[in-house]
Design a protein around this ligand. Structure first.
Ligand SMILES: [Zn+2]
Ligand SMILES: [Zn+2]
Length: 432
């Protein structure tokens, strides 16, 4: 098989796709242009069932969906920027994401590969030493940036689709390519699971790009924290702070009290936990008792149980703080992710495939991180509960400048696209 030669020929095209996606980043549930590009690409390959719209994500399981007004603006923006309106029509209302299914009609396993497609809400660096700025592919959407490398993940998914289409006679069973929306904030994976896309999946492969000194693949990443994201609003009553302060109900004080108290939740003996209030807004005049305050917070836990403990304590504190000031508090789940772990059984297979990648890529079987969260864990858990195997891999290499995910100068070595395509493709072509 001349897989590598084939990949090298296609790599420049994929780099330009990655750079186009990077210039047009879209946040969770607004990935209209991105999804339309994916759907066009899969359809042109001719052998995929292309699923877009409400069948991709179960509506009621979507978390943190923007308002219809915001969605409508993003739908328009996508069309203005050249997205195929035929796809956009089907995605109206935040039904982004694409699933490509390749059925070989030969007996074999069902394997799924997941690629997340959304950006983060961050203004990209315009410093002259930032490559995207130098080489004119920095974000053109104010306040939005592919700062987590999902432009790379999306492109790897397209590359895998193309390679598997070419070598489809060597495949058996079924391959599902899941282009998942709204990973940031852990909002989208659960909806893909509940739409049934992980049902009957025997093996699931997910990956993230990371900066590293050398080109390296980690076969199985463990230790993602369970997490809950909460948006809370305190409602009180405005009043003149000089004339009639006793008639006001102070939402600002309730929210400020809650912020301090949230940080006093007792630690859990079962393992690590986290809490953070990252946004706190109460705006009224200097001499007006604030009648509204909004807050964005998150909890995390080393296990799902510890995170649930943190969430329960946090919600108690929100309500108790509201009660202290005779105001009300409404909160909604803006995102959630479980704790889970990669299947060790798949590590030898991945190691074997990494060895076949001729470019100098080292393999480390396992890696434990205790920092971030990942909503793909819902998918891993679902597949493992069914008796299947599921793994989350790390693909890393030297970035053009020192950086880390979620920083405004984030970038990755573009050879990681070809490496990722080759890794996923070799895995799909070898599973039996
Ligand atoms: Zn990410
Ligand atoms: Zn991220």
């Amino acid at each position: 098989m001349h897989l590598q030669k084939h990949i090298n020929q296609l790599a420049p095209k994929w780099t330009s796709i990655r750079r186009d996606l990077h210039r047009h980043p879209e946040a969770g549930w607004t990935e209209y242009r991105t999804s339309a590009i994916i759907a066009d690409y899969l359809q042109q390959l001719g052998c995929y069932e292309v699923h877009v719209g409400p069948t991709v994500c179960k509506s009621s399981a979507r978390m943190g969906v923007p308002s219809l007004e915001e969605l409508a603006l993003c739908e328009q923006r996508a069309i203005t920027e050249g997205a195929n309106p035929r796809w956009i029509e089907k995605m109206v209302g935040g039904y982004t994401g694409v699933v490509g299914v390749l059925k070989t009609n030969r007996p074999g396993p069902t394997i799924a590969m997941r690629f997340d497609i959304d950006c983060i809400e961050l203004t990209e660096s315009n410093s002259s030493d930032h490559r995207a700025f130098q080489e004119n592919f920095a974000s053109t959407h104010p306040g939005l940036m592919h700062g987590c490398g999902h432009d790379g993940h999306t492109t790897i998914g397209l590359g895998v689709a193309e390679i598997l289409a070419h070598y489809q006679t060597e495949l058996s069973g079924e391959v599902r390519l899941l282009f998942q929306p709204a990973e940031e904030g852990c909002r989208g994976a659960k909806a893909v699971v509940e739409a049934g896309w992980l049902d009957q999946v025997d093996q699931l492969f997910c990956a993230h790009l990371f900066p590293n000194d050398n080109f390296q693949v980690a076969g199985a990443i463990h230790g993602f924290l369970a997490t809950t994201k909460i948006d809370a609003t305190f409602h009180g009553k405005a009043s003149h702070a000089g004339a009639t302060p006793e008639l006001g109900k102070n939402a600002l004080l309730a929210a400020a009290t809650a912020t301090v108290q949230l940080n006093t939740i007792p630690r859990h003996s079962g393992g690590a936990s986290r809490i953070n209030v990252g946004t706190l807004i109460a705006e009224s005049g200097r001499n007006v008792i604030a009648d509204e305050a909004t807050m964005k917070l998150e909890t995390r836990g080393e296990t799902t149980e510890i995170n649930h403990y943190m969430r329960e304590q946090a919600v108690n504190i929100l309500h108790a703080s509201a009660q202290m000031y005779d105001v009300t508090c409404n909160w909604r789940l803006a995102g959630e992710g479980d704790h889970g772990t990669s299947s060790r059984d798949l590590i030898p297979l991945i190691g074997e495939k990494v060895d076949q990648i001729k470019q100098k890529v080292t393999f480390i079987p396992e890696m434990t991180i205790r920092a971030g969260s990942e909503d793909a864990i819902y998918m891993l858990n679902k597949v493992q509960e069914q008796g299947g195997q599921a793994v989350y891999m790390g693909i890393s290499g030297p970035p053009p400048a020192p950086t880390a995910p979620h920083q405004k100068n984030y970038d990755f070595h573009e050879d990681l696209i070809a490496i990722g395509v080759e890794l996923f493709s070799r895995i799909a072509l070898s599973t039996e």
